[in-house]
Design a binder for this molecule. Structure first.
Ligand code: PDD
Length: 282
């Protein structure tokens, strides 16, 4: 039995009810966040809350509480249910309203939270590496919004699942954007860590991505934030995906082609270890 948070009430999930007029049902008119926990501590909570409020602002969804109050609701929910898993899902929709084709409606946002059963993988399994596929980036052009409208992402991920790959790396105009549910980094032959910038709406500004860049900077790993091509992806020495649920996942094969040495590379290993240290200290 799990207890969920719905509009300030903590109730059994089987008893939670929401209107059939909720705008997320009609238009995917909502946003979400997935926040990692390590030993009960939320990881980069403030950054997630910042991004959540930025997604809300871009969709003109108004809340009756501020960032600090939302954090208090999250902590209170975690304390009340005592047992929880290592990732929190938060979804906020515009609320219930008639199916009118405008964002300008007087509705009260619906807020849902629950803990996801996010299985952490064995360290050695992670270091053994994963395979990925490439896929056309078939998404819209506002990928900086963490919108619940992610069916296109899911279609790409489903293709990866069918081929027993862990992620679909999305390609637009012959360049990598990101993964279907992750950001993608490459390391070139000069040991430069390369990832795409976040300023053109083509990728989600990943919280794990930002943390990895900070750790890399503090540890003298050369960084180059720029667009990179599909050819550079295949020519890379190392490739990895990052997200709050995958953490850092080495990718050693793409479209059945071996990447680099075919093994998790040294810089990826170093970043996995730095990220683990960061988690342990959080
Ligand atoms: N997804 N890009 C996309 C398209 C994503 O869906 C995600 C995360 C990321 C990584 O963001 P972060 O490091 O903040 O988790 C990048 C979450 C985990 C999900 O939808 O389950």
């Amino acid at each position: 039995m799990s207890y969920i948070f719905l509009n300030n009430k903590i109730i059994k999930d089987s008893e939670a009810k929401i209107s059939i007029h909720d705008r997320a049902l009609q238009f995917s008119d909502g946003i979400y966040e997935v926040i990692l926990l390590n030993s009960g501590n939320f990881i980069d909570l403030d950054a997630h809350i910042e991004r959540l409020f930025s997604s809300l602002a871009m969709l003109k969804i108004k809340l009756s509480f501020n960032k600090e109050e939302l954090i208090a609701k999250i902590i209170n929910y975690q304390k009340k249910i005592k047992e929880h898993n290592n990732a929190l899902y938060i979804q906020i929709t515009r609320g219930s309203a008639k199916r009118v084709q405008t964002l300008d409606i007087a509705s009260e946002a619906n807020i849902i939270m629950y803990f996801l059963d996010n299985k952490s993988l064995d360290k050695q399994d992670i270091l053994n590496g994963f395979s990925a596929i490439t896929h056309d980036d078939i998404r819209w052009k506002k990928c900086e919004i963490k919108s619940t409208s992610i069916l296109a992402n899911l279609l790409c991920k489903d293709k990866a699942n069918e081929l027993s790959a862990c992620e679909a790396i999305l390609i637009e105009d012959n360049h990598v954007t990101e993964g279907s549910f992750s950001n993608i980094f490459i390391i070139d032959k000069n040991n430069k860590l390369i990832t795409r910038p976040i300023d053109d709406g083509r990728i989600l500004p990943g919280i794990t991505r930002a943390r990895i860049l900070k750790l890399a900077q503090q540890n003298n790993i050369n960084i180059d934030i720029r667009k990179y091509s599909k050819a550079e992806l295949f020519a890379a020495k190392e490739v990895f995906a990052s997200s709050s649920t995958m953490l850092i996942r080495p990718i050693i094969k793409i479209d059945e082609q071996i990447i680099g040495s075919g093994k998790t590379g040294d810089i990826t290993k170093k970043l996995i270890s730095l990220y683990q240290d960061f988690l342990d200290k959080s």
